[in-house]
Each structure stands twice: as C-alpha cells, then as structure tokens.
Design a protein around this ligand. Sequence first.
Ligand SMILES: N[C@@H](CCC(=O)N[C@@H](CS)C(=O)NCC(=O)O)C(=O)O
Length: 205
Amino acid sequence: MITLYGFDTVNTLKVLILLEEIGTAYKLEPINIRTGEQHSAAFRAINPNGKVPVIVDQDDFQLTESGAILIHLADRFDCGLASKGTARDRALEWLTYQLSTQGPIFGQIEYWAHLAEPKQPNILAHFQKIGQKVLGQMDTRLSQTRYFAGEDFTIADIAHYAWMTRLRVLGLSLSDAPHITRWMDDLSQRPAIQRAVAVEKAIQG
Ligand SMILES: N[C@@H](CCC(=O)N[C@@H](CS)C(=O)NCC(=O)O)C(=O)O
C-alpha cells in the first residue's frame, strides 16, 4: 500500500494523477501547508524539508520530490515511462524541463500575481513574459509529437499538466498555442486525470 502525504498543490496533483493512472490502492494523508502542519515534528520525521508531496511505499520506503516520486512509481508499476532507450530519455528530458523550467517560472508568476506584498508589476510582467516563452516552447514541442515524449503518454505529460490546470490564475494565454490546447483537451478526457483532479479539489486539512 502506498501512502501519499499531500495537499491541494500542483506537485501533489502530479502524484495523484500517476497513482490513478496506475490504478493501485493508495491512502491520502492531507498535510495542511496553510496552517503549518508541514513544520510539525511528526511530518518533519517523514520529510525533514517540510514539503509535500511525500510517498511512503510499502511502509518502509519514503521518497520526496515530485519528479523522483513519478520516476519511482512509473518504474515500479511499469506505467508512464519506458524502461530504457530513446523513449525513456525523451520522457526524462521533458520531465526535467518541467521540473527545472515550467514549474519554477509558473511558481514565480503565481507568487508575484497573488502573494507578494507590496505588488511589483514590473517583476510580475517580467515573469509573465518568460512564462509565455515557456508556453511557446511547449507548443513547439507538441506541434511535433502527440505527447511530450513522442506518441505515448508519459510522466512528462503528467508533470506538465498539473501546472496547466492553474493557467487561469497565472494570467497566461493559450491563444498562440493551438498544440497545447489540443494536448490539454486530450489529457482532460482521461478518466484517471479526471479522478485525480476531483481528489485534489476535495482535499481538506
Ligand atoms: N521540488 C518539490 C517542491 C515541493 C513543494 O514546493 N511543495 C510545496 C507545495 S507545492 C510545499 O510543501 N510548501 C510548503 C512549505 O514550503 O512550507 C517537488 O517537486 O515535490
């Protein structure tokens, strides 16, 4: 049995999507990061960094970092990542792009748009400009292939999709990104993604 410690966050959503795609039994333990539960001694014993998501796999193996968790689960259940070869390399390439570029830039936009006090319009505009560039790079990739890694749906798609559910609050536009729109429509129809989004929405501390 896998236990997922998480909350209503994009990184938790990535893991929920993969667990639903796999179809394995899992238990969700909400950690309310808005009331500071991530700093409790009990949670720090599970993740000293005080962040979600974390999984505990079969009661004895604990893992943090959404990217590492996706790779671990994909390999363990043979779901969403080829075991070797170019298909695996390509999926890890685009997973890394999400972890190093799309996620951090979108995170900056969310901070400067909604959390920063006082507001800094110049900084927000700076990150939104980079965010549109990121969307352009994603759209170019999806103009060449059905999914990020090629013809198969992988954990690279899962990782990218999680932040894309927040596009509205980021103030970014898909008007010049028809291939992302096509890919979003495709992923939104996957029953596992629909279930994961519903589970994330229902999380309460
Ligand atoms: N690099 C980590 C980031 C995890 C992360 O930033 N989690 C946030 C929520 S999305 C968190 O737990 N924040 C609580 C805090 O920093 O106090 C991953 O990909 O899992």
